[in-house]
Design a protein around this ligand. Structure first.
Ligand code: DGY
Length: 420
């Protein structure tokens, strides 16, 4: 373990670009939104000031409308596509993309505030970040749930963080491919194509970017014009939990009216989450907002309502039973997709591989619902993967082999903040 902690520290230090941390050299050379919020948890074990700085750098790129972008292009890099020139947001004070990612930051701020040793620093930083977090969460309520359903829309697979999840096969297939400018993928120069999304997915990812860019990412228009609009379980579960934590912070900071506003969001979301629960499958599912149908794929995002604390005791019991079945099918869990599905791919990104950050979230949820043994099992699996196979982007659940980007920041952060 000592070696692993040393290595994790070294990875964060080497991926530090002066106040923000890139996920991995070459493959992801900028600041990513939810990566950074999770990486800050790792920094907190080494240097609390540096952990707060990670979030400050992310929020320094917040848009006037409240959006916190999914990538911040602080410094130019030739190793990534699509960079700032494709997003066309170079006229922003700082180049960024025009879409967002699962809003982990409030969860991190509460953790840093509650568990930080330097209380004075924590109070000062939490106060500074609070209005920014609030603006982002309000943006979700308005820009991404204009009809007030209680659940927010995700308009691009990159916003879900789970780019090629089998849940997106159908809604992405319904996105027509526009005659977009020819392009060269750079991810395939860093990672084997068998571990990455396919070309037909990339053509649609890019089509969406060009369509959003054509309206300058106007948040009052995107929801209505996007040919991809889903209720993503990951985004909604993370937002639900982040709202609980933001509410907690509001109370700490004496912001009682804001606490009431957040209560309203949480109450509505609580009721709406039941519409995503498939009792027969014992699993939550994402939904295609454009067809109104639940998406059949059973993915690891289906367990995240435990992390959110939005599942009932009965639903939690079904999720725990489903999860146990999944774990029995593989060497190391949690697979990101149902290992019994015919199109399960243990090597391809979000179509099978194990991700340490998702294991952390689900373990946290299992403990909250009293499934201590199952939580320990997932924790032990994660530990074994990292000890035996090093710190990588993701892992093959059948063989345990490391896959994707090497020396990966959020996996290193999980090692420091969770497994140590
Ligand atoms: C990528 O480029 O693969 C990223 O997942 C986009 O966020």
């Amino acid at each position: 373990l000592k070696n692993l902690l040393e290595l994790s520290k070294q990875i964060l230090t080497e991926n530090d670009r002066g106040g923000y941390t890139i996920p991995a050299k070459g493959l992801y050379p900028y600041q990513w939104n939810w990566d950074s919020a999770l990486v800050a948890l790792g920094w907190a074990t080494l240097d609390e000031g540096r952990a707060w700085q990670e979030l400050e750098m992310l929020f320094s790129a917040q848009w006037e409308d409240g959006l916190v972008p999914h990538i911040v292009f602080h410094k130019p890099s030739p190793t990534y596509f699509p960079g700032p020139e494709i997003w066309g947001s170079v006229e922003q004070p700082m180049g960024t993309t025009g879409i967002t990612q699962p809003p982990v930051a409030a969860i991190t701020v509460r953790k840093l505030y509650e568990e930080g040793v330097n209380k004075e620093l924590a109070m000062q930083k939490a106060k500074e970040l609070f209005p920014k977090l609030l603006a982002w969460h309000r943006w979700f309520q308005t820009a991404r749930d204009p009809h007030g359903t209680g659940l927010v829309a995700t308009l691009h697979p990159w916003e879900s963080g789970m780019d090629n999840s089998p849940a997106w096969d159908e809604p992405l297939h319904n996105v027509p491919v526009d005659p977009i400018p020819p392009y060269v993928r750079k991810d395939l120069g860093h990672v084997d194509s068998a571990m990455r999304p396919k070309q037909e997915e990339y053509d649609r990812f890019l089509t969406l970017v060009y369509r959003f860019r054509a309206v300058n990412y106007d948040c009052t228009k995107l929801y209505f014009l996007s040919p991809f609009r889903v209720t993503d379980l990951c985004t909604n579960a993370v937002l639900y939990r982040a709202n609980l934590d933001l509410r907690w912070l509001a109370t700490e900071l004496g912001e009682n009216e804001i606490a009431e506003e957040i209560d309203g969001w949480v109450e509505k979301a609580h009721k709406a989450f039941d519409t995503l629960y498939d009792a027969k499958a014992g699993m939550y599912k994402s939904k295609d907002q454009l067809t109104g149908k639940l998406l059949a794929a059973k993915t690891s995002a289906g367990f995240l309502p435990l992390f959110a604390r939005v599942a009932s005791a009965e639903q939690a019991a079904s999720l725990a039973a489903t999860l146990e079945r999944w774990l029995d099918c593989v060497k190391s869990g949690i697979p990101s997709y149902d290992p019994e599905a015919a199109n399960f791919e243990p090597l391809r990104y979000w179509r099978g591989p194990v991700w340490a950050i998702i294991n952390w979230m689900i373990t946290d949820g299992l403990r909250a619902y009293g499934y201590e043994d199952l939580a320990c099992r997932v924790e032990a699996d994660t530990y074994e993967l990292l000890v035996s196979h090093g710190i990588s982007e993701y892992y093959n659940p059948v063989t345990g082999a490391a896959a994707g980007g090497k020396l990966f920041s959020w996996t290193a952060a999980m090692c420091l903040a969770w497994l140590s």
